[in-house]
Every structure is written in C-alpha cells, then in structure tokens.
Design a protein. Sequence first.
Length: 53
Amino acid sequence: MIDKGFIERQIERCRRLAKGADPSTEKRLLKLAKDYEEELRQLNASTTKPEQR
C-alpha cells in the first residue's frame, strides 16, 4: 500500500523547491505537486468507506 505520508511530503517538497527555482522548473514542480495531490485524493477516496446506515 502507498504511504499517504510519503505523498504528502512529496507535495510539500515540490512546493518548497519551486519557490527558489527558475520559472520553467517552478512550473514543472508545481505541476508535479498537483499530480501528487490528485494521487492522494484518489487514494483517500479508495480507502474511505461509505457511511453505513
């Protein structure tokens, strides 16, 4: 199973590195962070159980 903490750390790392990068690299790092966010959303959706009534 994928470690959610790892993905969260990767998101933060990409954002942190983007702050000091040239514009082209900044854009790529922010895109990578968004890709990780989507992966995390999908992972959370797949592990969340629907409410039982």
